[in-house]
Design a protein around this ligand. Structure first.
Ligand code: ATP
Ligand code: DNN
Ligand code: MG
Length: 241
């Protein structure tokens, strides 16, 4: 199934920008793309959400959002406080599977990190990935502190039998410090999965045409949307790093 679940080590790590880069790369390779934001929090009804931001940066993708809660909180908390129905993992999986029948690639962006709760029963994006048997891409920051949160995320994925496709650095600094430079060797090691790319800091502010032109160069070829589940199981590090 052409579904890639995009999670991160936390919130504000660049999941949306990475999702846009993967979408732009797949579009440039001639593939049709859908972007599903499982639950959007912290955005008002008339404001663009993450899926709209992906479309703005990447180009013509189908966008979908299962629920929107205005308070900038975990989806389960925001739903409870709003007195509204939460989004359950099976609904995320069903929506992604439906989009997958009509698109070459479906990108599912979570909210915050992997174990952020979507419903009162503790359902998470990991549960949706499991229902979909979809590989998971982990977006991580560069710098001191990322090794621990990346390894925790990778271990949790593995303990659930999920396929960790690889790591992408969400915002690679123009002047990387010692810790960031060392991350290039250490992140794949602690994650047990390849570093599949890095998006330069500030890329989210590029003009869409410049973003679309540059995005394929930030990612390993396997993220062009032509991958299949088998290809993603290959664990060699990309030459670009
Ligand atoms: N490579 C980048 N270039 C420019 N801005 C970036 C980049 N990465 C992250 N940002 C900025 O950092 C902030 C967080 O990024 P982003 O919205 O992608 O986070 P997220 O991981 O998707 O968070 P959420 O959990 O809210 O979905 C945004 O303001 C975004 O513009
Ligand atoms: C509001 C924010 N930008 C995200 N949409 C939601 C992040 C939830 C994080 C919850 C947590 O880990 O404490
Ligand atoms: Mg986001």
């Amino acid at each position: 199934m052409p579904v890639l679940v995009i999670t991160g080590t936390g919130t504000e790590v660049g999941k949306t920008v990475v999702t846009a880069a993967v979408a732009a790369t797949a579009l440039a390779a001639g593939r049709s793309v859908a972007v599903l934001k499982a639950a959007q929090t912290g955005v008002g009804p008339a404001e663009p959400g993450d899926a709209a931001e992906v479309a703005r940066l990447a180009g013509p993708v189908t966008t979908a959002e299962l629920a929107r809660y205005p308070e900038p909180l975990a989806p389960a908390t925001a739903a409870r406080r709003a007195g509204r129905a939460p989004v359950h993992p099976h609904e995320v999986a069903e929506a992604a599977a439906k989009l997958a029948t009509e698109h070459d690639l479906v990108l599912v962006e979570g909210a915050g990190g992997l174990l952020v709760r979507f419903d009162a029963a503790g359902g998470t994006l990991a549960d949706a990935a499991r229902l979909l048997s979809a590989p998971v891409l982990v977006v991580a920051p560069a710098g001191l502190g990322t090794l621990n949160t990346t390894e925790l995320t990778a271990r949790e994925l593995r303990s659930r039998g999920l396929d960790l496709a690889g790591i992408v650095i969400g915002s690679w600094p123009a002047a990387p410090d010692l810790a960031a430079r060392c991350n290039l060797a250490d992140l794949p090691d602690v994650a047990g999965a390849p570093l599949l790319g890095s998006v330069p800091a500030g890329s989210g502010a590029l003009a869409p045409a410049a973003f679309r032109e540059a995005a394929p160069h930030w990612l390993a070829p396997r993220l062009d949307g032509s991958w299949d589940a088998e290809a993603f199981r290959v664990r060699e590090a990309p030459g670009a790093f």
